[in-house]
Design a protein around this ligand. Structure first.
Ligand code: ADP
Ligand code: MG
Length: 650
């Protein structure tokens, strides 16, 4: 509980005691002058609601006339004027008790939501001047060694230098099975080290680490408002003044028309003022969205704003990238085939002598183990060509190659999206990519008839052969498609830059609505435009990709969803929603959470407005006291808050 709240409670309790004393005083000394009673009640009133009156005056100076402090002040001061001293104090007392409860409930729920995001590391153990010392993660530099003991949270992203362990990634991904890591593995901040001691070389400054970026994303998420939130803000803006005007009319017109009875009508009008406080709505709607965002992040789905959470419920078309989204993106090399010319003339492995300075330095390490003219050399050339790229194909080829690539030999590297890569090693130019790449360079080659993804390799103008690589469909991809169809998504379309044959196989295995293959990043955007034109006006189009060669589409879609938040920088930047676990089935989960949140939001709106209208009618008819009015306001707020908390529980 915050200090401010504690102080407030203390004041309210003291005020309540004084109030009871005042009531007793009135009973016993009923014959005393009215101003004696007024003084005692006024004392109780100021103790209880002094801050409300002060805030009202201050906000009035700022031009915020219709805020709740002001309304409560007028209503209670009005009650004093009508002569209902005990009632004036009681209403303020009630209001304050409600406020205390509200701020307690809101504080508690915010805390339980942020506790989920409790991934911020407090310190890092760094090696400084011969010993391990605790330092602020902010002060650790790239290249520093940090020590993470069992039970500690990994404070910064890096690579394991020494040790092995299993990591608990629960807070980041919702995944309960720990991940085993050992020397050479990349680790990300925010995971908890479970058993071994790890020494890690830091690879990113804290500001760019996974933890910092996730926290940044979550903290800013509620600033992007949903339509329902904007509606409520607007509603409150009109509701309050309208009720206040009604109150004024109620106080004046009936007594003029019917003659007399002023204090009764003024009392009813004062009840109106109390009811015109929009607190319940204004507090509970953003809290419901906040709960939904928190519930989603608990499952490893990071949503960058309430507006996206709201939009997910209306998803009509889902467009998916193939590589890395529906398939694992871990390509296994199933064969390497040399071209006829390569078989006859042989292929030359990459050697240090290829660049003259290196030759002078006398290093002959790189490539020296490869015998000329074999399939292994083809793989070596491909690995050198791919060594600068982040594409899943490149990473897989480098893994298949298995040896270290001496990147210092590469004098120039170029990646052509949707085509492949071209590197220069001294005077040699090596290309690796699909048929588009070779065709665009005018290199003669023979198209191979294979059912997997093909990487053609060439040197200069000479085609050397191809490497056949095969990807696997993700385990939960089939479930993902099924869940999406069940939750009412009309079309599930796959877009890929890969070969038509590969695309067809994946699309048929997963029974997708349709697929488009051999697309360049720009073609993907125009396909998405076509799909936009075909969908209904209300339905939303979601695109799911990994951010590699599809960032433009991620940005163009109504909801851009990135796979593999664990590490992929491009994705976190370009997407509206990040799925930390790489599982496409999380999309249907996100839609469920979205729908549940919206149901709660609607319940709260209808309930809060309904009760307000009811109490307004009763008050106008003289059937609801000012007490009932405060009670309705506070009660509705509390129930709405409790309801909002349900959004957090998935
Ligand atoms: P996807 O849409 O399946 O994610 P991309 O648009 O990333 O595919 O790539 C499309 C195709 O372009 C790949 O299937 C591959 O043939 C070729 N390609 C792209 N980048 C590379 C690379 N770094 N190395 C080799 N080939 C590449
Ligand atoms: Mg891709």
């Amino acid at each position: 509980m915050s200090k401010k709240l504690k102080k407030r409670i203390k004041r309210v309790v003291i005020g309540a005691v004084v109030y009871l004393a005042a009531v007793l005083f009135q009973r016993i000394f009923g014959t005393l002058q009215w101003f004696c009673h007024l003084t005692v009640f006024l004392a109780a009133y100021l103790i209880i609601g002094g801050d409300v009156v002060k805030n009202a005056l201050r906000n009035m100076g700022k031009g915020q006339i219709f805020d709740e402090n002001f309304l409560m002040t007028i209503a209670t001061v009005g009650a004093f004027f009508v002569g209902d001293y005990p009632e004036a104090v009681a209403v303020m007392l009630f209001y304050q008790v409600g406020e205390c409860f509200q701020s307690y409930a809101v504080g508690k729920s915010r805390k339980s939501i942020t506790a989920l995001m409790d991934i911020r590391p407090d310190y890092a153990n760094v090696f400084r001047e011969g010993e391990w010392v605790e330092a602020d993660p902010d002060e650790v530099l790239v290249g520093d060694s940090i020590l993470v003991r069992p039970g500690e949270r990994i404070p910064l992203d890096g690579v394991i230098e020494k040790g092995n362990s299993s990591l608990d990634t629960m807070a980041l991904t919702g995944e309960s099975i720990p991940r085993d890591v050992s020397e050479g593995d990349e680790v990300i901040s925010g995971c908890v080290n479970k058993n071994g001691v790890l020494e890690i070389t830091v690879s990113k400054p804290y500001g760019e680490s996974t933890v910092a970026r996730i926290l940044d994303l979550v903290e800013n998420a509620s600033s992007k408002k949903a339509k329902a939130e904007n509606f409520i803000t607007k509603f409150a803006k009109y509701y309050t003044p309208v009720v206040v005007i009604c109150a004024a009319l109620l106080a004046v017109i009936p007594p003029l028309l019917l003659g007399g009875g002023w204090s009764d009508w003024i009392y009813r009008a004062l009840s109106f003022l109390v009811i015109s406080c929009p607190c319940a709505l204004v507090i509970s709607i953003p809290l419901s969205f906040f709960g939904g965002l928190g519930g989603a992040s608990k499952e490893g789905i990071l949503i960058k704003g309430s507006n996206y959470l709201e939009a997910l419920a209306d998803t009509e078309v889902v467009v998916m990238d193939k590589t890395g989204t529906l398939t694992k993106g871990n390509f296994a090399v199933s064969k390497a085939v040399l071209s006829k010319e390569a078989k006859e003339n042989g292929i030359v492995p990459v050697k240090a002598e290829d660049i003259s300075e290196k030759a002078e330095a006398g290093s002959t390490e790189a490539g020296s183990t490869e015998a000329s003219g074999t399939e292994a050399v083809l793989l070596q050339l491909a690995a050198y060509a791919e060594s600068f790229s982040n594409h899943p194909i490149s990473k897989s080829l480098l893994v298949a190659y298995g040896k270290t690539v001496d990147t210092s030999l590469i004098t120039n590297a170029e990646e052509i999206a949707g085509h492949g890569v071209v590197v220069k090693i001294g005077n040699r130019e090596i290309l690796a990519g699909n048929e588009k790449l070779l065709t665009s360079r005018g290199i003669a080659f023979e198209e191979a008839d294979e059912a997997g993804t093909l990487i053609y390799v060439a040197e200069g103008n000479c085609y050397l052969g191809y490497i056949l690589i095969e990807d696997e469909i993700k385990q939960d991809a089939a479930k993902a498609i099924k869940d999406l169809k069940e939750s009412g998504v009309k079309k599930i379309v796959m877009l890929t830059g890969d070969h038509r044959k590969v695309a067809k196989k994946v699309a048929e295995t997963l029974s997708l609505t349709s697929y488009y293959a051999e697309l360049l990043p720009g073609d993907k955007v125009s396909k998405v435009e076509e799909l936009f034109a075909e969908k209904s006006a209300k339905g939303k189009l979601a695109f799911v990709g990994d951010g590699i060669n599809d960032a433009p589409v991620l940005a163009r879609a109504d909801i851009g969803i990135a796979m593999g938040g664990l590490g992929s920088d491009a994705a976190i930047e370009a997407a509206d929603v990040v799925i930390m676990t790489d599982e496409p089935s999380k999309l249907a989960r996100a839609m469920k959470i979205s729908r549940k949140t919206l149901v709660i939001v609607k319940q709260n709106i209808v309930f809060a407005i309904g009760i307000k209208v009811l109490v307004l009618l009763l008050a106008a008819a003289g059937m609801a006291s000012m007490w009932a009015a405060v009670f309705a306001d506070v009660g509705v707020a509390v129930i709405a808050i409790l309801n909002a908390m349900r959004a957090l529980k998935a």
